[in-house]
Write a protein that binds this ligand. Structure first.
Ligand SMILES: *Cc1c(COP(=O)(O)O)cnc(C)c1O
Length: 362
């Protein structure tokens, strides 16, 4: 059945190993593979869990982690929760997550209480915000960092495993030697001040990996968390391809349901489209237009690229996408399958949509 997401586990594993060469061999960092971009797909997680290069398996959603915690732990990998926990989910966090990222003392206190209740010690990574302005204690508020660390160190059932930063997500700030060195400096300061050892200083996501081969990843950063670079082969700081990776490990297939010659300009008064937006049309004369059976409910039109370079995406609505196939050498027919490579948004939505089937190449 279509639409279908073809997940090539062989290619994803090659991508993973290419990322591991950079991160572990060249960068001397531990490798945390992030599964949320593909909605923690079970087959993908199994491949990741069985790969000896992987040290941690991370996701932003506790529900996804609950689904793979057994597989991960059975293969000796720790599970990691990337998104700061909600108060309502601390019981699930302590149960399924081995290391959670945190920035709020009120939440860490709840984790401590819950861990005590079930007789565990829960590891946390304290997030520091170096200027991207998403999660973390703001790096210039040194007193707030000290205050948090002092209270955490007194907790019996929470262990301060390390500190970390996230960049290039909200503020689109690019990781550099300069800002990541500030994270290392904070780690060394905390270790000296409190006589502790921080196991992990986590230097960011797929936007940090480019620093390794430039020789600019500061010494002291000892972990990277990679999702997009492993799934799509992208260095997300400067949008280059990482050596040894491919971008077609995931292919979206959709079926043509209508194919007709029509004008390129709609006829009648122009109002707003299905999403309340005023469309813009270019007059290209009579066109050959194909409609495929997938829409904005299942994918992101701006984050998918036709594998046939002569196909152009015109637009779409909730359940339809219209393609211009006027200039294609291939004679498309109703019932034919059109293929797309995906960007991050397209991958996320297709992997999440219950209307998109999944198929695997092993
Ligand atoms: C999503 C996420 C990642 C992974 O990001 P990619 O760009 O896909 O590598 C890493 N860390 C945190 C905190 C995240 O939320």
């Amino acid at each position: 059945m279509y639409p279908k997401l073809i997940i090539n586990l062989k290619k994803l594993e090659d991508n993973l190993n290419a990322c591991a060469t950079i991160t572990k061999d060249h960068g001397k960092c531990s490798l945390m593979i992030v599964t949320k971009g593909l909605c923690a797909d079970k087959e993908m997680v199994k491949m990741v869990a069985e790969n000896p290069n992987v040290d941690f398996i991370a996701d932003s959603r506790v529900k996804n982690i609950a689904g793979f915690a057994d597989t991960a732990r059975a293969n000796g990998k720790k599970t990691v929760l990337l998104r700061i926990p909600m108060h309502c989910e601390v019981a699930e966090v302590v149960k399924y997550v081995d290391l959670s990222f945190n920035s709020e003392l009120s939440t860490i206190r709840l984790l401590n209480e819950e861990a005590a209740k079930v007789g565990k010690v829960h590891d946390i990574l304290l997030m520091i915000d170096l200027g991207d302005l998403r999660e973390g204690i703001f790096f210039q508020n040194q007193e707030l960092i000290y205050e948090a660390v002092e209270e955490i160190l007194k907790m019996e059932n929470v262990n301060l495993y390390g500190i970390g930063v996230n960049l290039t997500c909200y503020g689109a700030i690019i990781p550099k030697n300069e800002n990541l060195s500030q994270l290392v400096a904070i780690a060394r300061d905390l270790e000296a001040k409190y006589g502790i050892k921080l196991e992990m200083v986590s230097g960011g996501n797929s936007s940090s990996i480019y620093l390794v081969d430039k020789g600019e990843l500061p010494e002291g950063i000892n972990n990277l968390r990679l999702g997009e670079s492993f799934l799509l082969g992208n260095d997300t700081a400067y949008e280059t391809k990482l050596p040894g990776t491919v971008s077609d490990g995931l292919i979206l297939q959709a079926q043509i349901i209508e194919l007709k010659e029509k004008p390129s300009l709609p006829i009648g008064e122009v109002g707003v489209d299905a999403f309340g937006e005023k469309p813009y049309y270019e007059d290209r004369g009579i066109m050959k237009r194909a409609i495929i059976g997938i829409g904005k409910q299942d994918t992101d039109l701006g984050s998918m690229t036709p594998c046939d370079p002569q196909v152009e995406i015109m637009g779409g609505s909730s359940d339809h996408i219209i393609l211009d196939v006027t200039h294609c050498d291939r004679e498309y027919k109703v019932g034919d399958i059109v293929e797309f490579e995906l960007g991050y948004g397209g991958m996320l939505k297709t992997a999440t949509s219950p209307y998109v089937e999944k198929d695997y190449i092993k």
